[in-house]
Design a protein around this ligand. Structure first.
Ligand code: HEC
Length: 133
C-alpha cells in the first residue's frame, strides 16, 4: 500500500474508533441514592424548572426530554433520553448528583441553586410521565 493510502486508511480507522467506541456507563457513587429530594411531587416547584430547562437543557435533551435537541447530534456520549426507563429507574438523588457534577459534554450545573436542581429533577420525572400519556 502506498504511504498516502496508509495514512488515509489509519485516519479513517481512528475516526471510526471515536465514533463507535463504547463509553462506560455513568454510575453515581452509592451515597447519591440517599440524598433526599426536599420537594418531591411539588407541582408548584416543578413548574419553576421550565424556565431553566428551556433556557439551558433543551438544546441537548430536547423539548420533551427525548435527547433530540439541536445540539445533540454530534455529542458522544449522546445526551440522556429522560423518557427511558434507564433514566426514570434511577433515584432522585442520583439524577441530582449527576446534574450537579456533570460528565463529558454534560456540564456540571452546581452554579444553579440546590432548589433549582431539585426542581429540574422533578421536571425530568414529569417529562417521563408525559411520554407515557
Ligand atoms: C451540551 C449538551 C447538554 C446540556 C446543555 C445538558 N446536558 Fe444533560 N447530558 C448531556 C449528555 C451528553 C449526557 C450523558 C453524559 C454521559 O453519559 O456521560 C447528559 C446526561 C444528563 C443526566 C444523567 C442521566 C442519566 O441517565 O444518567 C442528567 C440528569 C442530565 N443530563 C440533566 C441535565 C439538565 C437538568 C440540564 C440543564 C440544566 C442538562 N442536562 C443540560 C448533555 C447535555
Amino acid at each position: 500500500m502506498k504511504p498516502f493510502y496508509t495514512i488515509i486508511f489509519f485516519s479513517l480507522f481512528s475516526w471510526a474508533g471515536t465514533c463507535f467506541a463504547q463509553i462506560d456507563p455513568w454510575i453515581a457513587p452509592d451515597y447519591a441514592n440517599r440524598i433526599k429530594n426536599p420537594i418531591a411531587n411539588n407541582a408548584k416547584e416543578t413548574e419553576k424548572a421550565k424556565k431553566v430547562y428551556f433556557t439551558v437543557c433543551n438544546v441537548c435533551h430536547g423539548d420533551h426530554g427525548r435527547a433530540d435537541g439541536i445540539a445533540a447530534l454530534p455529542l458522544r456520549p449522546k445526551p440522556a433520553n429522560f423518557t427511558t426507563d434507564e433514566v426514570q429507574n434511577q433515584t432522585d438523588g442520583v439524577l441530582f448528583w449527576k446534574l450537579t457534577n456533570g460528565r463529558g459534554p454534560m456540564a456540571h450545573y452546581d452554579s444553579l441553586t440546590r432548589n433549582q436542581r431539585w426542581q429540574l429533577v422533578n421536571f425530568i420525572r414529569q417529562l417521563g410521565k408525559e411520554s407515557k400519556l
